[in-house]
Design a protein around this ligand. Sequence first.
Ligand code: B12
Ligand code: SF4
Length: 408
Amino acid sequence: MYSKIYLRLEPLGLELVAAAARRAGHSVRLIDLQCEPHQNFFRLLKHWQPDVIAFSVNYLANVPEIIDLARAARALLPEAFICVGGHSVSFIPEEILRHAAGAVDCVLIGEGETAIAGLLEALAQGQPNLKDVPGCVKLDHRGPPPAFVRSLDDLSPARDLVQHRRKYFIGQLDPAASIEFSRGCPWDCVFCSAWTFYGRNYRVKTPERAVEELAQIREPGIFIVDDVAFIQAEHGMQLGEAIARRGIRKRYYLETRGDVLLRNKEVFQLWKRLGLTTMFLGLEAIDEEGLKRYRKRVTLSKNFEALEFARSLDISVAVNIIADPAWDRERFKVVRDWCLEIPEVVNISINTPYPGTETWHTESRRLTTRDYRLFDIQHTVLPTKLPLPEFYKELVETQRVLSRKHLG
Ligand code: B12
Ligand code: SF4
């Protein structure tokens, strides 16, 4: 539903994994099931008969669908090797393998560019030994830890492999492509797994390489997928200046933090001139206590100051607030009133423990469900303080107030 209404982004991670497999000499096809029905996937399997099928599972909410698809693929092609990789599954590989009950042969954890080449090489041997493949997890063994990509400059997504390039969009950026200028995040918010996935290392693409990649993209809209855009002012400036020199004109969407925005004002001003149209700010809470609880490492006054500055840029700004299952009626009302006071688009997400986060470690014993379809930040999977129907009533009322506000 999300990818039909709000946005549909090109599968950059999968394109990078596909590029790595192709570079290792394999013939690769890619099907994006955000754009195509399942029957096209089965048709592709029947006609092409691949030796290996690899699914990308970044979002926990997609796990049940992927497992169903893996089972169906297994029935169609019993000889094919089936693996899954991606952000979410990297933290719970054994659980995925148990859920799949034999339909998935292994989970490749971590960054897929390095893992896929090792797996395909091992599978090409007559008697494959998967025990030594970095990042490869089976129920009876875990291979060596996955390797990080050494330099982002070595990466080049196989954009040519996606069939429906004009179907990717975010809001008014339509069509839009995605690009990655950096990987990792130096902060450590308790609800996020960006910093645990990338092992606390922060890497950037050089401006020369980034601009070269950007120049080859035909789409007028660009979604910058970095967890926090332009943490390093110098990198953001050099990138922007290189884009200006090259005369590239696009419209950009990015996500960043309030304190980064305030620290690097001139970078964001430059990007506004280059075509930055939309910015997403993860404020997460409107009280000091909430910010502390999430370990946002930013003060409320800094966040509000950042909002003022974002407004001065004259671009669309969207902010995120995390609704805690412990919220009572009064708290919902305070948040609703605040949302109506500010001109920005406000997105409310439900505090959801995701694997790989600290919240997962502290809260997973209290989960009210393990049905991953409900881990979509629109449902609560933790016990609520209010009776559940009343919690949802307050939530729906808040969403309704916000929709009315956004639609004017
Ligand atoms: C861009 C982004 C979005 C975009 C859209 C993403 C999309 N594809 O449609 C927007 C802003 C809409 C979004 C929304 C949400 N997102 Co988001 N998002 C991201 C973000 C910042 C970047 C994703 C990306 O493109 N990365 C760059 C590419 C290159 O990396 P990648 O896709 O992860 O691929 C690599 C590996 O995962 C792996 N890999 C991937 N596929 C495969 C396949 C195989 C076979 C193999 C071997 C390896 C492999 O190798 C790739 C290359 O290294 C990530 C954080 C992050 N750092 O990745 C969060 C993240 C994926 N999002 C997350 C979440 C929770 C959400 C939301 C639910 C709410 C929220 N808090 O933002 C919504 C729901 C979206 C939905 N469609 O259901 C979580 C996922 C948590 C989870 N366990 O499910 C992440 C990890 C952030 C976080 N820690 O909170 N998101
Ligand atoms: S929420 Fe943002 S700032 Fe916090 S750790 Fe995740 S990516 Fe970094």
